[in-house]
Design a binder for this molecule. Structure first.
Ligand code: NAD
Length: 412
């Protein structure tokens, strides 16, 4: 590795790889079998050490890869430098503006991909709107996150999607671990790194009690916070209530909260009327995919002054009456901007599924356009490998148990 930046990135990637035994094992298998020989892949993923381990796995399988970031702020520049030296073409830099962010995606698409990997559907969107000349060459793709899958299903409903995309997000091994434990821990980590606030005794308002929101609520409660949940789904709200959380409307929670975390995948969850009644010093963070969950424009409109960078990734908005609201990471993914994203041990599972799905797409006949589930056996294989790496054994069904579970005749 030539540059000091590249060396730092290499160390970071090596550290992540230690916690990714499943992906490493798949990489060793790919190196022997070369199932992706010559396959051109365009990826739009957060450029982090864990993504680098995935890129290494796909390269070991023989793929040629161009990588762009899936968020303008989340790129780890040292990792990008190391990846470049490993032979992956990287178009990403931390802190780029909107125009550069989209230019980087275009540059990744210049590889003329056969397979695409996306996280939030921006790359697939550009392919279908601005780079339609490349569509015929694409065999299929993978989508990593909830927001991307929602957009893809909408494209399918409007018959706009032109190739099959596998919803890696929807596997049990992704949602149950990455969205919940990964987002939970790293979101709290991002808030603490940005503000060094003590969460014990504080009121943390979590907007959205889905997979991610549940994880954030659990981790905040674990640190001694009083957690208030807001929801629009009555079943999820009831679940939160029975788990012991206070459930409120955002209007009721706004004056109570010390820390707010949006994680809904929806827009305008915290609006001007909520900001107007918040406490002095309230912290605003978003862990949902896009920066539209907190209405930053309304915050700008209410502010008499904005002090950028009062802490790393923290901007202070001073309102007319002197109250100060603290916006983290400009309202973008706080866990990837102010912290390092998900711990490698959980990315091991979702990225292992990505790697296995890429091999599956490369091997199997082309399918009609649409959103596909990851084959159940791949999901189970990831969990089995993860357990094996941890030295954990599980029971197997006896023949009699299997017959019993398949039979409708047997009663008590
Ligand atoms: N930060 C990360 O690293 C990370 C990781 C995975 C997913 N995500 C993103 O987080 C978001 C949530 O993902 P998820 O898997 O938890 O989705 P989910 O569908 O399981 O949960 C979203 C929840 O938000 C609720 N909701 C929608 N609008 C709301 C509103 N106005 N007020 C309150 N609640 C509302 C929904 O009812 C649902 O229960 C998505 O944008 C996803 O892409 C982020």
């Amino acid at each position: 590795m030539d540059s000091a930046l590249g060396q730092a990135g290499e160390r970071r990637i090596g550290w992540a790889a230690r916690a990714m035994p499943v992906l490493t094992a798949i990489g060793a298998r790919f190196a022997a079998e070369r199932p992706l020989e010559g396959l051109r892949i365009a990826a739009c993923l957060h450029v982090t050490a864990e993504t680098a381990v995935l890129m290494g796995t796909l390269r070991a399988g023989g793929a040629e890869i161009a990588l762009a970031a899936s968020n303008p702020l989340s790129t780890q520049d040292d990792v990008a430098a190391a990846l470049g030296e490993y032979g992956v073409t990287v178009h990403a830099r931390a802190g780029v503006d909107r125009e550069t962010y989209y230019r980087h995606i275009h540059q990744a698409l210049d590889i003329a991909p056969e397979i695409v990997l996306d996280d939030g559907c921006d790359l697939v969107n550009i392919l279908h709107t601005e780079r339609t000349e490349l569509l015929d060459g694409v065999r299929g793709g993978c989508e990593e996150t909830t927001t991307g899958v929602i957009r893809l299903r909408q494209m399918t409903a409007e018959q706009a999607l032109r190739f099959p995309v596998v919803a890696v997000n929807d596997t049990r091994t992704k949602r149950m671990f990455d969205n919940r434990y990964g987002t939970g821990q790293s979101t709290v980590d991002g808030i603490m790194r940005a503000t060094n606030t003590l969460l014990a005794g504080k009121t943390v308002v979590v907007a959205g009690f889905g997979y991610c929101g549940r994880g954030v609520a659990e981790r905040a409660r674990g640190l001694g916070a009083r957690v208030v949940v807001t929801e629009i789904d009555p079943v999820k709200a009831l679940d939160a209530s029975l788990q012991g959380y206070d459930v409120r409307s955002m209007a009721a929670a706004a004056p109570e909260g010390d820390v707010f975390v949006t994680v809904t995948g929806n827009r305008d969850v915290i609006r001007g009327e909520h900001l107007a009644v918040m406490k002095d010093g309230a912290i605003l963070a978003n862990a949902g995919h896009f920066d539209i969950e907190i209405d930053v424009r309304a915050l700008d409109g209410l502010a008499q002054a904005v002090h950028h960078g009062v802490r790393p990734n923290t901007d202070e908005y001073v309102l007319a009456d002197g109250r100060r609201l603290l916006l983290l990471a400009e309202g973008r993914l706080v866990n990837l901007t102010a912290a390092e994203g998900h711990p490698a041990a959980v990315m091991d599972m979702s990225f292992s599924a990505q790697a296995l799905v890429v091999a599956w797409l490369a091997r199997d006949p082309v399918r009609p356009p649409g959103v596909y589930d990851v084959p159940e056996e791949l999901d189970v294989e990831v969990a089995r490998l993860k357990l094996a790496a941890a030295g954990i054994e599980v029971d197997e069904l006896t023949g009699e148990q299997e017959r019993y579970l398949r039979s409708w005749r047997a009663g008590s």
